[in-house]
Design a protein around this ligand. Structure first.
Ligand code: ARG
Ligand code: ASP
Length: 724
């Protein structure tokens, strides 16, 4: 009876109001009724509990910022192929090309230690707002406020009980209105166990990225190792597989439209509470600028990668990274326009203003807020543009410029006459650069340099660096000539030169680097940027931060009937919704599930994005799907849900109503990538690989059935929901 009441009363409201990335410790208070109305069969404390094992104990954040989950009592870790990609690539050579061919450890001995891969779990979390904001007053300057908070946080850290092997993280929430503390434990011995070939794990690559219908088997497997006491330890052959507090059972029961789903993971960043002015700037100024820079860099790289197998393998991860945000920004700026984000925000602001005008107290407190935010964003516009232009060109896309920036301080120690300090870091940096140069091809970087410096000079204000770059190019007779000059004379852009010098005397290395033409060019731009842009930029940013913090608090006070989730900030969150298709345009309706059949429809023999391995074709032809196929003889590949996810949620488990793993989150749909700024339940969908496809690939394709044996498979447990 009670349940029925909950259902009838809340359902209509809830179904229209989905979205949100909720704090696990507040689920019971904020979300449980809605979750149950949507079909969730467990309790909030099955997801998050401090005192007993709960589902959160199976969820971890990887060093790369993705999410992963434990799926066996022996520490088997599942995440995306694109999350494990660096590890897969690092073990690959032209002879053992795991990127191309996949990799499967057929025994524990064959698992590959992957230094740099880590897995961080949350032991518990706590609201520490009152202590964090102690002695902080509204009239303080931002600087004083921050230093008071830093003091408070240091105190909290000191007084928080934790085990030796645990760590403490404290993060601001709601734009700094609240603070939460996390006790974490991080395992550092993480080994590669399995990865499908790219033609499965990256099927459709960049063409299909951010797009539905999707047919990518985007998963990889690792194993977490611990010392004999089950505690974190660096790699040692004596380490043993982690014995987790919880691992996720996997359901093969399949899904239907409308089923409850929940995604548990570490979303990186959202900005759902910005004013309309900020949205407008992103859609009209910043996204277009960043996209146009990456357009050119990607075209150059693509040209080289199509010509050379060596360059392709060296640049494949870098290319995918740069292309990923590039494509997302395009979807975002389009989506913000098509789905009228600006108008929605404006209507919301009109209601906000209307409400505070009715209440003299609120009016005094918040009456100025929006006008001041708008004025700050108007002033910010050209500085934010300059910031993005500088960062994209000189830090992100021209590799040797990014390197110059990273080494600048170190080289300065030489110039300041501190030879011991300089020499002290030489071998460490040599080691890092040697690793970095493994995938560096100067001819590619040089062509990127020529294209991007020209674009920079054409778009950056003269005194902010534009004129300097144009003059340097004119001195050499053009941008290509400037590139020639720099790339033939720079040590940083020349791995052989670096190697020879780095093996020798610090004095000679320092002398060469301080004259390095790449460094000098970078400094010329950076100095102008630091002098003419940064001070004003920081000033404006700090007043925007202050105003945004107040605006956040104001929204929570003015719209009391609304629930506010804190913007994503890389901490553990729960988002839930339903399995659901969508309709992006008139007369276009997307189904919620794809199948192996669709892989075959996209198949282009020999193509670098749409090739399909022969073995998969054979299994398809024989319809040899084992226990993973559907009753009508299909093999599911991917599915859609209304879960509100973002970057960092990749690799997150998608759970069913009973807490069983049914999918592996890896992407969102193109029309909905604006969800970071403006989640719209009508159009925003997350994309998950169906676990039946993951297990099929492990079992039937790779023959790694020993891995299936260590998992807990659930089948035939699901109650079919009544269809409307
Ligand atoms: N778009 C997904 C995410 O943001 C997948 C990216 C990896 N795939 C790729 N082709 N770059 O991470
Ligand atoms: N693909 C993203 C990730 O790597 C997820 C997303 O942005 O939806 O985290």
């Amino acid at each position: 009876m009670k349940r029925l009441f909950v259902l009838l009363f809340f359902l209509p409201v809830f179904l229209s109001a989905q979205g949100g990335m909720w704090l696990p410790m507040h689920l019971e208070k904020q979300n449980e009724p809605e979750m149950k109305a949507l079909g969730f069969n467990l309790e909030a404390d099955d997801l998050y509990s401090v005192n007993q094992p709960s589902i959160k104990d199976a969820i971890c954040q990887s060093s790369g910022g993705c999410t992963g989950e434990i799926i066996s009592p022996d520490g088997l870790l599942l995440s995306n192929h694109h999350c494990g990609f660096e590890a897969i690539q690092s073990h690959s050579t032209l002879e053992h090309n795991y990127v191309e061919d996949g990799f499967w450890a057929m025994s524990r001995e064959e698992e590959l230690p992957s230094p740099g891969e880590t897995a961080m779990f949350i032991v518990r979390m706590e609201d520490v707002t009152p202590l964090a904001l102690q002695n902080v007053s509204a009239t303080m300057s931002e600087q004083d406020r921050q230093s008071q908070i830093d003091k408070n946080l240091a105190e909290i850290r000191k007084n928080t009980k934790k085990e030796k092997w645990e760590e403490i993280l404290i993060r601001p929430f709601y734009n700094g209105n609240q603070y939460f503390l996390f006790v974490t434990v991080t395992y550092t011995d993480v080994r590669l166990v399995g990865a499908p070939p790219s033609s499965i794990g990256k099927f459709g690559a960049d063409t299909d990225n951010w797009v539905w219908p999707r047919h990518t088997g985007d998963f990889s497997l690792f194993r977490v190792y611990a010392d004999k006491d089950n505690r974190p330890a660096d790699y040692s052959p004596d380490n043993q597989p982690l014995r987790p507090r919880h691992f996720l059972p996997i359901s093969l029961d399949g899904i239907e439209e409308g089923d409850f789903t929940l995604v548990y993971g570490f979303p990186g960043r959202t900005d759902e509470y910005l004013p309309a002015a900020a949205i407008e700037q992103t859609a009209d100024v910043l996204d277009p600028a960043k996209v146009s820079i990456r357009d050119r860099a990607l075209k150059v790289m693509d040209g080289f990668m199509r010509e050379s197998a060596d360059i392709k393998i060296a640049y494949i991860a870098r290319f995918a990274n740069i292309a990923n945000a590039w494509k997302k920004w395009q979807g975002e700026m389009q989506g913000l326009k098509t789905y009228k984000a600006l108008e929605r925000k404006q209507a919301y602001e009109a209601e906000f203003t209307h409400r505070i005008n009715q209440d003299p107290g609120l009016k005094i407190k918040y009456g100025n807020l929006l006008p001041r935010l708008n004025a700050s964003y108007a002033e910010m516009k050209e500085y934010a543009f300059a910031r993005d232009y500088y960062q994209e060109t000189f830090l992100r896309n021209i590799q040797v410029m990014g390197l110059a920036s990273a080494l600048n301080r170190w080289i300065k120690t030489y110039e300041d006459g501190n030879l011991p300090a300089f020499a002290g870091r030489q071998s460490d940096l040599n080691e890092r650069l040697t690793a970095y140069y493994k995938d560096y091809r100067p001819e590619v970087d040089k062509a990127v340099f020529a294209a991007l410096t020209e674009q920079f000079a054409g778009n950056m204000k003269g005194e902010w660096g534009g004129t300097f770059v144009a003059t340097e190019a004119a001195k050499r007779g053009g941008y290509a000539e400037l590139a020639d000059y720099i790339f033939s004379n720079s040590t940083l852009a020349n791995p052989e030169k670096w190697k020879a010098l780095a093996a020798g005397e610090a004095k000679e290395l320092g002398a060469a680097l301080s004259q390095d033409p790449a460094l000098l060019l970078w400094r010329g731009v950076a100095e102008r940027y630091e002098e003419n842009v940064v001070p004003k930029l920081e000033d404006l940013q700090s007043s925007i931060n202050l105003l945004q913090r107040q605006y956040m608090a104001a929204q929570m006070e003015v719209f009391r009937e609304k629930r506010f989730f804190p913007d994503a900030n890389g901490t553990l969150r729960v988002t839930y919704g339903q399995v659901k298709g969508y309709s992006p345009r008139d007369a276009v309706i997307y189904d919620y599930q794809t199948h192996l059949e669709g892989v075959m429809e996209k198949y282009i023999p020999g193509d670098y994005e749409f090739d399909v391995p022969q073995k998969l074709i054979d299994l398809y032809k024989a319809k040899d799907y084992g226990q993973y196929g559907t009753a009508d003889g299909q093999l599911p590949v991917a599915f859609l849900g209304t879960n509100h996810t973002t970057g960092g949620n990749s690799g997150s488990p998608a759970l069913d109503a009973n807490g069983n793993l049914i999918g592996l989150n890896f992407d969102r749909v193109w029309e909905g990538t604006m969800s970071d700024l403006n989640y719209d339940p009508a159009i925003c969908r997350n994309i998950m690989v169906d676990m039946r496809y993951v297990l099929f690939i492990i079992d039937k394709y790779a023959g790694a059935s020993h891995l299936i044996k260590e998992m807990k498979i659930v089948k035939g447990k699901k109650k079919r929901r009544k269809r409307k």
